[in-house]
Design a protein around this ligand. Structure first.
Ligand code: SF4
Ligand code: SF4
Length: 404
């Protein structure tokens, strides 16, 4: 598609990147068929091709109205369309640029801005853990819609002491340590079992995804710089990898290079950090995972998060590791479709999110698994809220010393 950018963005790096991305789209519409929001709503403007047109119009005219924002808000950022696209259109990156422009050109109503600000403060601030703790104590009397966002506390077990010469870093994340600390503890034990010690690095926090998806891009970049500063001495000391146990964080940290490309001070560091970033599935799949065992013959349904299969194009590795460990994976229909969690999407677009969740659980539970596993905290909490079987991070199935 030929694009003539408006003055306000023509000479900027974001404008040039957007023009290059839009230029690759040949309007074929293949992506529409695999877009969850198009499938639910049947409106071209709620599919990737329509959204590309909307962003193109905003960048060419310098104008956009509230309906454009509504269609972009309904996008899950699942990037299923990118996997389908035969022309290599980087829709996710275009959406980030488009959303930034739309936030500026069609400002939200005060109330909407306040809700988004509150969400960021609540989830990223120091009060998240105490608030979650308080919610846990009254969980039994909370309305179901709220109670299902509050996962019960589980035993975590101990983290092994650092004993291997091979060392990695691991992003603890923002909400995951409070929501479900058992995941990272299990990940440390599994990594230890295959000869890798996890170095504890204070001073990291959210990867930046939460702010980015809520339209606070500068706040997101600040979070990225903070993480880079904390990791950098260890990168220089030669750590092997920065391991992600949440695929939603992994996809973002992999994009630090792109997102900080214009930052003179951080561009090169960001590039190296992105290069070192690996999902835990890749680390284990490529490592000596022979000694890892799952409970014998356990029937498992795996939900591959969009951020794993589409965002990072990691497909088949979790399944291969679990099968090698002795688990039986049941078939899951429409496994390319989003579960509706999508960061804060389940809170901001509850009706669409509910429909996607219902469809997803129908497919995951169809063949009577004993457990559903996934690879991202958002999906795990979202699925667990309504599932009729336990929902766990897949790494916990191969934990050599699961807590009692
Ligand atoms: S990211 Fe997902 S919801 Fe958004 S346009 Fe692409 S396929 Fe549709
Ligand atoms: S599949 Fe790719 S090229 Fe075709 S309309 Fe969608 S984004 Fe454009």
């Amino acid at each position: 598609m030929h694009t003539v950018l408006a003055d306000f963005i023509r000479e900027t790096p974001a404008g040039q990147e957007a023009r290059e991305i839009i230029g690759k789209c040949v309007h074929c519409g293949f992506c529409t068929a695999t877009c969850p929001t198009y499938q639910l709503l049947g409106d071209e403007l709620d599919g990737p091709r329509g959204r590309i047109y909307l962003i193109k119009h905003a960048l060419e005219s310098g104008e956009c109205a509230a309906p454009t924002r509504v269609h972009l808000d309904r996008c899950l950022t699942c990037r299923s369309c990118e996997t389908t696209c035969p022309s290599g259109v980087r829709y996710g990156r275009l959406l980030e640029i488009g959303r930034e422009v739309v936030e500026e050109k069609a400002p939200r109503h005060f109330l909407e801005r306040t809700v988004r600000w509150l969400l960021r403060q609540m989830m990223l601030g120091p009060l998240f853990a105490p608030m979650l703790g308080a919610a846990r104590t009254v969980r039994a009397i909370l309305p179901h819609i709220l109670a299902r966002q509050v996962p019960p506390r589980r035993p975590t077990g101990d983290r092994p002491a650092s004993r291997h010469p091979r060392q990695v870093l691991m992003l603890e994340g923002c909400v995951q340590p409070a929501m479900d600390p058992a995941i990272n503890a299990a990940a440390c034990r599994v990594l230890d079992r295959i000869g890798l010690s996890v170095k504890n690095v204070p001073g990291t926090g959210c990867c930046g995804a939460l702010s980015l998806h809520l339209g606070a891009s500068e706040e997101a970049r600040q979070a990225m710089r903070r993480n880079i500063d904390a990791w950098w001495p260890h990168v220089e000391a030669g750590i092997e990898a920065i391991v992600m146990t949440a695929s939603g964080c992994g996809v973002t940290v992999r994009e630090y290079a792109e997102l900080l490309a214009d930052d003179e001070q951080y561009a090169e560091k960001a590039r190296q950090i992105s290069k070192l970033t690996r999902d835990i599935a890749e680390v284990i799949y490529d490592g000596e995972h022979g000694p890892l065992q799952a409970p014998a013959g356990i029937r498992v349904a795996f939900h591959s998060p969009c951020t794993l299969q589409h965002g990072q194009a990691i497909r088949g590795k979790v399944e291969a590791v679990l099968r090698a460990a002795g688990a039986e994976l049941v078939p899951v229909a429409d496994s390319h479709l989003c579960c509706g969690a999508a960061g804060t999407y389940s809170l901001l677009q509850p009706a669409l999110s509910e429909q996607l969740l219902g469809n997803k659980l129908g497919h995951l539970q169809q063949h009577k698994p004993q457990v559903i596993v996934s690879a991202n905290i958002g999906c795990l909490v979202h699925l667990a809220g309504e599932a009729t079987v336990p929902v766990r991070h897949w790494i916990e199935l191969i934990d050599p010393s699961p807590p009692g």
